[in-house]
Ligand binder design. Sequence first.
Ligand SMILES: [Zn+2]
Length: 237
Amino acid sequence: MTKRASPLEHEAVTGRGSADGGAFRHVSSARLPTAWGEFTLHAFENAAGQEHVALTVGDMTAGDVGEESDTAKKEKATAPVLSRIHSECLTGDALFSLRCDCGAQLQRAMQQLAEAGRGILFYLRQEGRGIGLVNKVRAYHLQDAGADTVEANQHLGFDADLRSYDVVADICRHFGITQLALMTNNPAKVEALQRLGIQVPVRLPIEIQANAHNRNYLQTKADKMRHLLQTVPKPTR
Ligand SMILES: [Zn+2]
């Protein structure tokens, strides 16, 4: 059985600088049993007071690999870590919305991490691709009248995607992670991480079967946001 690092050990690592220049810190960690297995929940805070969490399963470092040889430890320490970067979607994650694929992707990612026995889920508090919950409802209202997800955000005065992944780089540094095997359909996410110094040598698709409510949304993500989706037709323009 793998030994867990105690929350107190994690408490010691605080006050690191963040990629955006502010003070990023790890606040606390605790057990998080789930339907798919037991994770460790880690809470972080940046200088602006924004709160983010990461869920880990297994050990993120090479320091606890039992009887393995030094070579095996080194390989484990540098191997890409199975991961998912999930931006908060209250409607999809907690309210079972079928307007998007977020909730199903979150569940599948947690299941795959638990099955793999080692990996990390970054759960970033940037609702609605960064526009916030209330504006997301405004955007949904416009979509009910015929706009697509990109047009709706732009109509409200926002860019199509305001998400930032700086905190992912901070959390990777906290755990000593340098390479990710990332579950994503979004090449822009991979490019953003690489600009932040996180290597992503492996991209793993995480596709959810489209339904009548999210088919247009997925089509827009494929057409306008370069998402790589097999379950929707190829871009038409
Ligand atoms: Zn969503």
